[in-house]
Design a binder for this molecule. Structure first.
Ligand SMILES: [Zn+2]
Length: 82
């Protein structure tokens, strides 16, 4: 386990940030991902789309088969190249 610094990672199956407690990805998570994938925007979008699919499934189960409508904006919309 990592010591000290806590990562802004999603908690499953609620998809809230482990540090902030808000809907993941939080601002810190976005900044970290943008820095990490600066030269690989396509790879970032693939990575986020994978999370989005997983979240849609898990959140739907939590909420009796109703996937939240705004997942695309939340997971991939912010990372698209303008
Ligand atoms: Zn966070």
């Amino acid at each position: 386990m990592s010591r000290g610094r806590r990562e802004h990672l999603p908690t499953r199956p609620t998809w809230r940030c482990q540090v902030c407690g808000i809907a993941w990805p939080c601002s810190s998570a976005k900044l970290r991902l943008l820095a990490e994938y600066r030269e690989r925007r396509t790879a970032l979008l693939v990575y986020l789309a994978t999370f989005q699919a997983e979240a849609a499934e898990q959140l739907a189960e939590l909420d009796h088969s109703t996937p939240p409508a705004d997942l695309a904006d939340r997971f991939t919309g912010w990372a698209r190249a303008r």
